[in-house]
Design a protein around this ligand. Structure first.
Ligand code: EPU
Length: 420
């Protein structure tokens, strides 16, 4: 397993190219199962999660070609039985269920498990499919969904933490081929859901209300192939913005969409970090000192849970106390204990982390526990004094393409080594 060795204390300066969005491309890849025709997807980041989804699509019978950031997928002859071990390992793969049952009338996939950030139930996915008329059975760790043809319905998809991103994606995809009109209420409004809806529309789906909490889908008989470019990854952009701010540097993010980052930029501004929007780019400049801010994670357009860990690192460096409240996932504070190894003062009280910032961080060996926690530890290593070893960076490789190379081009002293 690879580790990162980081020698901290160098401000980041320069330009960085933001890649295509992981959380947009995974459901879009699943959506190619809705047609027998060829789909071309561009600006695809080369991530282990994307490679994993390629394997899943291939195991279903799709022909997939991935080179130079372009995916070409042809799912002309597919079967609806997903490999248990493959699907179980990646939560994002649950969104093959909707397209498979819509196209093949039957689908069997393994139930995704919980993960380190929470139990991550799929009750809302199942509620939506049942409302569309699918008969669902759970047996030996598999979900089997069957329906002669799905039927349009009114479906409320809000859960205890608000809308569900992949649940909305799953039901939206299934509804495109259903008979009649489907109304998805309390739909997720994340830019990744919008990108999926645009992809589906370009395949011939009839969707209105895109980007709003109410999606109306009029089912069609069939969808066709398309050519689509994925949106820039707002979380990768936010992560590099936090790294620039934490190290006291100045970084130009190319290909970032500031309109997808409003809540993050607002918090950075409150913390004393400057952001300038220019044509096709966003410049992040550290201020003279970081100020503490309170933040609560929320569904879009609120502050994203996927930026909570990175903001926590930043708050460790701001003089004063900040309160970071996690409202989306129940146990997404694994990074706090690792940040404390670097000298941070953080206490967890229920859903909130109380960060007493301003103490200098100093390098130590730390363990990455999930994707965004890993990013937070890398930022802490870059901002701290001395050497930090971040172990198990395979978590990071799930969602950041060549992160260490991009950071090195900004002046960071970071290398990938064989490790624990
Ligand atoms: N929830 C339910 N029932 C469901 C589905 C979700 O109660 O059937 C709950 C979840 O337990 C959670 C909340 O609803 O409390 C929101 O979860 P959501 O379904 O929106 O999460 P997701 O779709 O499984 C995606 C991203 C996550 C991101 C969340 C929230 C992908 C592949 N994953 O997960 O990304 O944190 O939305 O924005 O798109 C990451 O990239 O690091 C990551 C974890």
């Amino acid at each position: 397993m690879d580790s990162f060795l980081i020698h901290g204390g160098t401000p980041l300066y320069g330009d960085v190219q933001i890649g295509g969005s992981k959380n947009a491309v995974l459901p879009i890849m699943a959506a190619t199962l809705l047609t027998a025709e060829t789909c071309v997807i561009r600006r695809v980041p080369d991530l282990s999660d994307v490679r994993f989804m390629v394997k899943i699509l291939e195991s279903l019978g799709a022909e997939v070609h991935f080179a130079g950031g372009t995916l070409t997928i042809r799912a002309s002859a597919i079967q609806g039985f997903g490999d248990y071990e493959l699907i179980r390992k990646m939560r994002g793969s649950i969104c093959i269920l909707g397209p498979l049952v819509a196209r093949l009338q039957t689908a069997t996939v393994s139930l995704p498990g919980g993960c380190i950030i929470g139990t991550r139930p799929i009750d809302l996915h199942l509620k939506g499919l049942a409302a569309l008329g699918a008969k669902l059975t759970i047996d030996s760790g598999y979900i089997r969904a069957e329906a002669p043809r799905l039927k349009g319905a009114i479906i409320f998809l809000g859960g205890r933490a608000g809308p569900t991103v992949l649940g909305t994606a799953n039901i939206l995809m299934a509804a495109t081929l259903a008979d009649g009109v489907t109304l998805i209420e309390s739909a997720a409004c994340e830019p990744e859901v919008v990108d999926l809806a645009n992809f589906l529309s370009s395949m011939g789906a009839k969707i209105s209300g895109i980007g709003s909490p109410t999606l109306t889908v009029t089912g069609v008989e069939e969808l066709h192939g398309t050519d689509h470019e994925v949106i820039g990854d707002r979380i990768e952009a936010g992560t590099f913005a936090a790294a620039a701010a934490a190290t006291g540097g100045e970084v130009v993010l190319h290909g970032a969409r500031p309109e997808h980052l409003t809540a993050v930029l607002d918090k950075l501004h409150e913390a004393g970090v400057r952001a300038e929007r220019t044509q096709g780019a966003l410049t992040i400049k550290a201020g003279s000192a970081l100020r503490p801010v309170d933040v609560t994670t929320m569904p879009y357009p609120g502050f994203p849970t996927d930026m909570q860990a990175q903001l926590m690192t930043l708050m460790c460096l701001a003089s004063g106390t900040s309160v970071i409240t996690e409202r989306i996932f129940e146990s997404r504070f694994m990074h706090a204990a690792e940040l404390m190894r670097l000298g941070a003062d953080i206490s967890i009280e229920g859903p909130s982390a109380i960060v007493k910032g301003g103490r200098p961080l100093s390098g130590a060996p730390v363990m990455a526990s999930d994707l965004r926690a890993s990013a937070a530890l890398v930022i802490a290593g870059l901002a701290g004094r001395g050497d930090t070893r971040v172990n198990r960076v395979y978590h990071l490789d799930r969602g950041y393409e060549k992160m260490e190379e991009k950071l090195r081009r900004l002046g960071a002293k970071i290398e990938r080594v064989d490790g624990e």
